[in-house]
Design a protein around this ligand. Sequence first.
Ligand SMILES: Cc1cc2nc3c(=O)[nH]c(=O)nc-3n(C[C@H](O)[C@H](O)[C@H](O)COP(=O)(O)O)c2cc1C
Length: 381
Amino acid sequence: MDLDSNAIDYVLSTTRSVRLRLDFEREVDPQIILDCIDIAEQAPTGGNRSSRRWIIVTGKSQKEKIADLYLKAAGNWMIQARDQLAGTGHPNEKMMESAAYLAENLEKAPAIVIPTIIGIHDNSGKPGLFDSVIQSAWSFCLALRARGLGSAWTTAVLGEQDELKRILSIPDEVTEIALLPVAWTKGTNFSKVQRTPAQDISYFDSYGITFEDPSSSPISFSDGPGVSVEVDIDASVSSVWDVVTDINFPAKYSDEFVSAEWNDQTERIALGSKFQGKNQNENIGEWTVECTVDAYEEKRVFGWCTGDTSSPGARWRYELESFGSSVRLRHKALLGPGPSGLTRIIEQHPDKEEQIIMNRAASLKANMVKVLQGIKDYLEI
Ligand SMILES: Cc1cc2nc3c(=O)[nH]c(=O)nc-3n(C[C@H](O)[C@H](O)[C@H](O)COP(=O)(O)O)c2cc1C
């Protein structure tokens, strides 16, 4: 059979958490749900043992009890959060509107499916227990989507697991994984959403090592090597922003960066602002490089490139992502494509290019980790 990768990719990338567009008026034949479970059961399972059990709730009174429990576990909180966020333009406003809608209407879903697995996740050396059910439950969601039905992966009710077990007579030694409302969707067009690009979250050969333009091995400078490190900081986005835009701050923690000075002290930092960065290390000695701010989005991205702006020696980035009361701070260094101390060393030892790149990346990473940890410690005290 020829595989239609476009159709498959479309289903894979548009299987959303459907809540507002679940059609509560249209009946769902339980046979469709069983067909989707048959497909989901093709997912891998540890030891090739069949240990997944699926509870399909269609009875009115059972659905009502589960809907009440969902409200108690988190639904009431979602409704409150929806009301607080309404009209604020907060990034979670839409998601909360949709989550609260599901909480208010769960009992209207034609079916509620609860995938479970025989076993208890008690860290007692049963690796693969959950890994044997999650992929299968997700295949179930994809199979629904391929047929014009939808669901939303929810776990809120698991906060009331004992009561859920009691309502559904689930044995103690069985674990519930998620609660999936199932209905036909109103329309079948769903969109892709913006997610972090693979290049930013995929590391080659070692955690934190990136390549902008990876080719097959051996690793070379033209692959665009880089380093990406990150830390979660319990602090406001403004305070993290203030620290990352203080160009001298890293000197307190880095073994390589010594100091920096703006060319024009009176200038407000903006795209094109320039500073001189002084560094030293045992392989290259001491050097000063002109840096130009080439990425500036208030409280989101601050970055500069070294040397010639049309072909920089390196590009440095701080990226801030806010999560409630904390910030995930990512620090990246992208090497090249222009000349630098690194390219000079590679020119002297072309046969050792891969090793030189990986060594340089490892030493940059060590310093970047120190700087991020320093920022975290400074802000969390
Ligand atoms: C582990 C997990 C738990 C979730 N729990 C809930 C939940 O309890 N209630 C809910 O409405 N959505 C829940 N969601 C759905 C997320 O809110 C949703 O995936 C996210 O907003 C992104 O939307 P999308 O799936 O349409 O891309 C959960 C998702 C995951 C992966």
